[in-house]
Design a protein around this ligand. Structure first.
Ligand code: NDP
Length: 486
């Protein structure tokens, strides 16, 4: 299986190669096969990409917003037309099952449509000042850098590019070196849709390339999706140059299931919150707080339905779960499972590495559920980023709110109950930026997305994202004479 792109980087509307960079092997996580070989960007490539973005940005920003939006909406159409091919590419890159990845180009298209449409009505204000007046303008920041994680590569690239470009910025995007392919496909699509050369560029690379971009004098803003340790580094170098930042980071999100919850829906929510995308999702609700009154009914259905999860060939449309992204992540997840056992949690199901015919080198982990866990256990405190659910018990509302908030993270939270007053009361108290009542992991483009505490700074999606890719200019207009004592 091969997925070799024409070259490693996409700059100024064309593929560019520079084989002086460190080599990047792109591996299909289901088989261990090398599907492409790329090169990390050299400093020359970084300069060319940033230079192309700077040269293109001014003219792009001068287009009417509706004209910029039209190009993004054309890109949306192409993304939808090519969803089968792009979904397959995403499966080869990430190992996520085709059943899921076929939907990813549509999610990217939603971002293009939303921001392509919204930008024409995202303008400043008229401010009445009596004798005179003021107005404000939303202006682009200039050259923005996007740095992506490896779990949803095309979605992450689109969620950053769409608002940035709609607002009149240019972008240099660096995907994770684990999943470099679909950002290149997106760059090609932008060109086909009529985006002027240089407005969206892709450079490949490891962390050092991300850092070189984040610190670059020409760059006005950095938007990172990644882990907390990387965010500390990126925001450190960005702060040293006083750049704007958006950080979308990890989580250890709570899902609270009260005893009046509809059991099947609550179980569906918990399964989606832990096993979708092999559990490699930043918003995952990995701490399931179960009210004692629903515990037995919930766990019975959870066990039955977890055992129905089909794990195997990611390209088979019937498969529910594929392999994890790489060996490091695979080992990390297995280590957490071992720690969970050692610290005294009870393994309800999963916990092993399935043996799958034809996938001897695949990085699979069974969907795993721990029960009888306590808040202080490592599996209840640290982000695992794999298919591992931890179930905790509670009796009182006040107590579960306190426990749910007892984490450095604050990305997401969910509540399952039929009691509407309780649902809103509890959600109000939860320290998380993205919350759900009676569902989980739904992130439509219309709703702002982001985290509290160590889960992030700024917001993606919705009009909030346009604010984060713009700066506000206030203009005072005098219509009379100037009163002056001198
Ligand atoms: P990392 O933080 O390891 O990497 C994220 C990106 O940053 C990669 O492109 C990486 O490059 C790059 N990078 C690494 N070091 C630096 C540096 N010093 N300067 C600039 N860039 C750097 O995260 P993962 O890719 O492992 O993704 C998993 C993490 O992302 C999890 O913690 C998860 O919760 C979070 N995440 C958050 C989401 C959200 O929207 N809130 C969504 C998805 C994931 P390279 O890959 O080459 O190291």
């Amino acid at each position: 299986m091969k997925a070799q792109p024409l070259a490693s980087h996409y700059i100024n509307g064309a593929y560019v190669e520079d084989d002086h960079g460190r080599s990047i092997e792109v591996i299909y996580p289901a088989t261990g096969e090398i599907i492409a070989r790329l090169y990390s960007a050299t400093s020359d490539i970084v300069e060319r990409a940033v230079g192309a973005a700077r040269a293109a940005q001014g003219k792009w920003a001068k287009l009417k917003p509706v004209a910029r939006g039209r190009i993004l909406r054309r890109a949306a159409d192409i993304l939808r037309e090519r969803h089968a091919q792009l979904g397959r590419l995403e499966t080869l890159d990430t190992g996520r099952v085709i059943q899921e990845t076929l939907g990813d180009p549509g999610v990217a298209a939603n971002a293009m449509e939303f921001f392509g449409g919204a930008i024409a009505s995202f303008y400043g204000d008229y401010i009445d000042l009596g004798q005179s007046f003021g107005y404000s303008r939303r202006e682009p920041l200039g050259v923005c850098v996007g740095i992506g994680a490896w779990n949803f590569p095309i979605q992450i690239a689109a969620m950053k590019a769409a608002p940035a470009l709609a607002m009149g910025n240019a972008m240099v995007f660096k995907p994770s070196e684990n999943t470099p392919l679909s950002a290149l496909a997106l760059a090609e699509i932008f060109t086909e849709a009529g985006l002027p050369d240089g407005v969206f560029n892709v450079v490949q690379g490891y962390g050092d390339v991300g850092e070189a971009l984040a610190i670059h004098e020409t760059v006005a803003k950095v938007s990172l999706t990644g882990s907390v340790p990387t965010a500390r580094k990126v925001s450190g170098v960005a702060a040293s140059k006083l750049k704007h930042i958006t950080l979308e980071l990890g989580g250890k999100s709570p899902v609270i299931v009260f005893d009046d919850a509809e059991v099947e829906n609550a179980v569906s929510g918990a399964l989606a919150a832990n096993f979708y995308a092999n559990g490699e999702v930043c918003t995952n609700g990995t701490r399931i707080f179960l009210h004692e009154g629903i515990r037995d009914r919930f766990l019975k259905r959870l066990t039955e339905r977890t055992k129905n999860i089909r794990i195997g060939d990611p390209l088979d449309p019937e498969t529910h779960m594929g392999p994890l992204i790489n060996k490091t992540q695979h080992q990390k997840v297995l280590d957490y499972i071992a720690i969970g056992k050692t610290e005294g949690a009870t393994l309800l199901c999963g916990g092993g590495v399935p043996r799958l015919q034809g996938f001897d080198s695949g990085l699979f982990v069974e969907p795993t559920v721990f029960v009888d866990a306590t808040d202080s256990m490592t599996i209840a405190r640290e982000e695992i980023f794999g298919p591992v659910m931890t179930v905790l018990s509670f009796r009182h509302e006040d107590d579960v709110i306190r426990r749910a908030n007892d984490t450095q993270f604050g990305l997401a939270a969910g509540v399952f109950t039929r009691d509407l007053s309780r649902a809103h009361r509890v959600i109000t108290e939860l320290q998380a930026g993205t919350c759900w009542i009676n569902t989980y992991n739904r992130t439509p483009i219309e709703l702002p997305f982001g985290g509290y505490k160590h889960s992030g700074i700024g917001r993606e999606n919705a009009l909030a994202a346009l604010s984060h890719y713009s700066q506000l200019k206030s203009i005072y207009v005098e219509t009379g004479d100037i009163a002056n004592p001198y």
